[in-house]
Design a binder for this molecule. Structure first.
Ligand SMILES: O=C(O)CCC(=O)C(=O)O
Length: 197
């Protein structure tokens, strides 16, 4: 696969919306290899370690979430510097032109979410953590964290796909969902202004 590079339009849309959609980013062989790796996961209990990976479901609705999945088989290693996005990552969160230019893996998760599940809305600009900060300054991007999310199977109605609120990386107000339905982050919003529903 040929390496892809962000264009001026990508920069504009990434700044505006906070995300990009990279079409046909993963070759079918890798999708197959990843699905086979998922099928080989042992039936881990919540909190249980498997080598250097650990099952940690954020909530009961998110489904099975294997953290540090880069340790869960060779196909996951191919995702690290995949030519479809590695140059995007360098550009948006690789601290270009600084003395610490480069990337590191902050988190990597393999999720198995069945119909009816969902991962609650989180993050965004409102009282965000520094490591998730969005910044464009002096002609360079300085994102604290950028995530690549790859769907390995088709997602239909009710299957709980990843939710994205365009522009929420710059928002100064909490989402209604975050304040009312996300038990996992309730402690973060306990002193937030009350919101009408
Ligand atoms: O699994 C999801 O739908 C969301 C993943 C997530 O939490 C993230 O990438 O920040």
């Amino acid at each position: 696969m040929e390496p892809r590079y962000p264009s001026a339009l990508d920069d504009f849309l990434f700044d505006l919306r906070g995300y990009l959609i990279l079409e046909n980013a993963v070759e079918p062989e890798l999708v197959d290899d990843l699905n086979r790796a998922f099928d080989a996961f042992p039936p881990l209990k919540k909190g249980e370690w498997w080598g250097n990976a650990q099952r940690r479901d954020y909530t009961d609705d998110t489904g099975f979430e294997l953290h540090n999945c880069v340790e869960a088989g060779e196909p996951f290693e191919r995702l690290i510097d995949h030519p479809s996005w590695i140059n995007y990552m360098r550009h948006y969160c690789g601290e270009e032109d600084s003395y610490v230019q480069g990337l590191f893996i902050d988190e990597c998760i393999a999720s198995i979410r069945r119909s009816g599940g969902h991962h609650p809305v989180h993050s965004g600009g409102y009282r965000g953590a520094l490591r998730g900060r969005y910044l464009y300054e002096h002609g360079v991007f300085r994102c604290g964290q950028c995530n690549i999310i790859v769907a390995l199977t088709d997602i239909g109605p009710g299957d709980g796909p990843t939710m994205v609120i365009p522009g929420s990386h710059k928002s100064n107000f909490p989402t209604r969902w975050r304040a009312t339905t996300c038990a996992a982050t309730a402690w973060m919003t306990s002193s937030a202004p009350s919101l009408s529903t």
